[in-house]
Design a protein around this ligand. Sequence first.
Ligand code: FAD
Length: 311
Amino acid sequence: LSVGQLEEARRALDAPLFADVAGDCAVSFEFFPPKNEKMEATLWQSVETLTPLNPRFVSVTYGAGGSTRERTHATVARIARETPIPAAAHLTCVEASRAEIDAVAEEYWAAGVRHIVALRGDMPTPGAKFEPRPDGYENAAALVEGLRRLHPFELSVAAYPEAHPDSVDQAADLDNLKRKLDAGASQAITQFFFEAETFFRFRDAAAAAGIKAELVPGIMPVTNFAAVQRMSAMCGTDVPQWMGRLFEGLDSLPDARQLVSATLAAELSRKLYAGGVRHLHFYTLNRAELSYAICHLLGLRPQPGEARVAA
Ligand code: FAD
């Protein structure tokens, strides 16, 4: 290292942590539909906690095979009705005809929901190859096209910094992403990943493939390391070895795990911010505090009086 580089490294180490963030990063939060009253209360508390941070939108997932169709709808509609935050509904093509999917989208439009996260989805049996219905949408690009024809929805799609497991290679995966954007989606939210470099390489490759739309990193704060390892294996996300070491011995120490988790996700978010990212999407797992803490470290503060959940 040159003297100049050493001095720069020393300055970076001496700078107060998170001093380089300006609180100007947009955020969005993802929830899943609750299964029972207790989970519903937790979810709603989380929405209330995170709403004052004025997220760009909050989204609600759609269970495998459309299994949460009613619950997703009820949750999204309630958010749209009772909070000032734009609500986005996830929608998949699995085991439904085009007419059925269009009917769900029409219900969203009627409920005032203007943003859909359009996905292909996965078969209800884990690991089973995706089989489109003959009368259904064959993939997310076809779904985007179908939704575009219905109403001027804002449409988001999924992107995969480490390539989707079904794709031949990254180039084919990027072609697929481009098709979804060209069909009418305005942004792509990424699968979770754990190294900022993974996202930066992906962003460069997407730009080289002619993709101009915003790529929004999906941040998964890890609360249950074993579960995240299982999920990562299924979706092709690399779990770096150093991360395993950081969670070692913490199985019976949930508070310590939370602290480690917040530190890692905040550090990843800070690096992404330093690399120019100005919108982060948090997989909240319906728990507000972790995502709130990370946003706080990024300089976000409640907007008094602006964003209030209806009493
Ligand atoms: P697509 O983009 O249609 O395709 C997936 C892959 O298949 C592509 O990457 C491509 O490699 C290949 N492919 C597709 N079409 C072609 C073609 N014509 N030619 C060649 N290759 C092709 N799942 C849920 O069930 N509910 C949710 O709410 C949900 N939310 C999600 C939110 C985000 C932000 C992300 C990243 C994922 C989410 N998922 C959800 C998971 C998603 O459904 C799965 O990853 C699914 O396997 C792929 O969906 P997709 O929309 O990316 O599919």
